[in-house]
Design a protein around this ligand. Structure first.
Ligand SMILES: [Zn+2]
Length: 349
C-alpha cells in the first residue's frame, strides 16, 4: 500500500490515505481513508459527491455507526449493483482483510445511502452523545477527555460523527445542554471544555433509555446452531414465524466460537426485544447467549427438536421449552408463543 496525506472526501478533514499498490487492478479507483472524524473506511471514486455536500455529515455519522457495529470497514461503492464477490476479493489485495474477516463490510451505494439517512432529533443526538461518552468510560466517575490537539478548534472530531452533528458548534451545544440538565459534569476550560464526567443522573438516563429502546424494538435475536442442516429450520420456521407476528429476526452468521461472546453479539442481544434460542445440536454458544440475555432481563423463547430434548443440560430443563417435531410444528407454535407473550407488533397486522 502507498500512503499519502489528503482531505477526507466526506468531511474535509486531513486524512491518511492508503491505496492498493500500483499494478493491482483497482489501484486507481479505490482507497482506504483513516479520518479523525469519520474513522476508517474504503471508498471508490464518487464523481457526483458535490451535489450531496450538505448531507455528507450523515454519511460520516453512518460510517462511525457501522464501525461500532463491527461491519468493518465501511465500503462505499457508487452503483454497486453489479459488484461481485470476486471484485470485493480484489479490493482486499495488499490489506490485512480477507473474505473470511468476520463481518467484512459489503459495498454500499453512497447515493442510495444519502437518500435513506434521516437526521436524528435533538433528543436522539444527545442520547447518542451520552452513549459514545459512556463507551469511553472505563468506570463510573472517570473523566473523559474532549481534547484533540490536532483539531482546529481543539475538540475531539470523532464525537461530531458519533453524535450525528453537523459541526463542532452543534456538538458544543449538546455538551452544554447535557451539562445544564445535570447529566454531565463539565471541566471548564476556555475556549472549550477539556473533559466531562457522566453524573449519577447521567447513568440513570442511560439506563432508562437502554430499557426503553429495547422494549420498542422490532428485533429478535436468534441463537441457534449454525450448521447447514439447520438453515431450513431458520428459513422456513423461525424467520417466517417472527415475521408473521410483525418482528424482524436477526441471526449472526459466524464461525462457531468456543468460549467468547464477541461485542457484536452482545450489542445485538442488548438491543433485541426478546431472543429465540433453539438448543437442537447442543451448542455452547446457545447456552451462553441465553444466559447473557436472561441476566439482562431480556425474555427468551426456548426451543428444541424432540430428538435432542433428552440431551438438554440439567439446569435448563425446568424451563418451558417448545419441543418441536418438524418445521411446520415449530413455526405454528412459535407464532402462538410470540403473540401470547408479546402480542402482534403494533401496526404490523
Ligand atoms: Zn472524514
Amino acid at each position: 500500500m502507498d500512503k499519502e496525506i489528503s482531505k477526507c472526501p466526506i468531511c474535509g478533514e486531513v486524512v491518511n490515505i492508503s491505496r492498493p499498490v500500483a499494478g493491482s487492478n483497482n489501484a486507481t479507483t479505490f482507497k482506504y481513508y483513516e479520518c479523525p472524524r469519520c474513522g476508517i473506511f474504503r471508498m471508490m471514486d464518487w464523481t457526483g459527491i458535490d451535489q450531496y455536500r450538505e448531507s455528507l455529515f450523515l454519511v460520516s455519522a453512518w460510517i462511525r455507526e457501522q464501525s461500532r457495529m463491527q461491519f468493518y470497514p465501511p465500503f462505499l461503492v457508487p452503483d454497486c449493483d453489479g459488484f461481485t464477490n470476486d471484485m470485493l476479493r480484489n479490493t482486499l489485495q495488499g490489506s490485512s482483510l480477507s473474505m473470511e474477516t468476520p463481518y467484512l463490510a459489503k459495498p454500499t451505494d453512497p447515493v442510495g445511502l444519502v437518500k435513506s439517512l434521516t437526521i436524528p432529533s435533538v433528543t436522539e443526538k444527545q442520547l447518542k452523545l451520552m452513549q459514545s461518552l459512556e463507551k469511553g468510560t472505563k468506570y463510573p466517575g472517570m473523566r473523559i477527555s474532549l481534547i484533540d490537539t490536532a483539531s482546529k478548534n481543539g475538540i475531539r472530531r470523532d464525537l461530531i460523527a458519533k453524535s450525528w452533528c453537523k459541526n463542532e458548534e452543534e456538538l458544543h451545544f449538546y455538551i452544554e445542554s447535557l451539562g445544564k440538565r445535570g447529566l454531565l459534569e463539565i471541566s471548564p476550560t476556555v475556549p472549550i471544555p477539556s473533559a466531562v464526567l457522566i453524573t449519577a443522573k447521567g447513568w440513570d438516563f442511560l439506563e432508562t433509555n437502554r430499557h426503553k429502546n429495547r422494549k420498542d424494538s422490532k428485533k429478535v435475536f436468534v441463537a441457534m446452531w449454525f450448521h447447514e442442516s439447520m438453515d431450513s429450520t431458520y428459513n422456513e420456521a423461525i424467520a417466517p414465524a417472527t415475521k408473521e407476528a410483525g418482528y424482524v429476526s436477526f441471526r449472526v452468521d459466524r464461525v462457531e466460537y468456543i468460549d467468547k461472546i464477541d461485542d457484536k453479539i452482545i450489542a445485538n442481544i442488548r438491543s433485541s426485544k426478546f431472543l429465540i434460542a433453539d438448543f437442537s445440536g447442543q451448542r455452547n454458544s446457545v447456552y451462553y447467549e441465553t444466559g447473557f440475555a436472561q441476566g439482562l432481563g431480556i425474555p427468551v423463547i426456548l426451543c428444541v427438536r424432540k430428538k435432542d430434548a433428552k440431551c438438554l443440560s440439567f439446569d435448563t430443563r425446568q424451563y418451558n421449552y417448545i419441543i418441536w417435531e418438524d418445521k411446520k410444528d415449530l413455526k405454528g407454535r412459535l407464532i402462538d408463543r410470540i403473540k401470547a407473550l408479546f402480542g402482534q407488533y403494533p401496526g404490523s397486522d
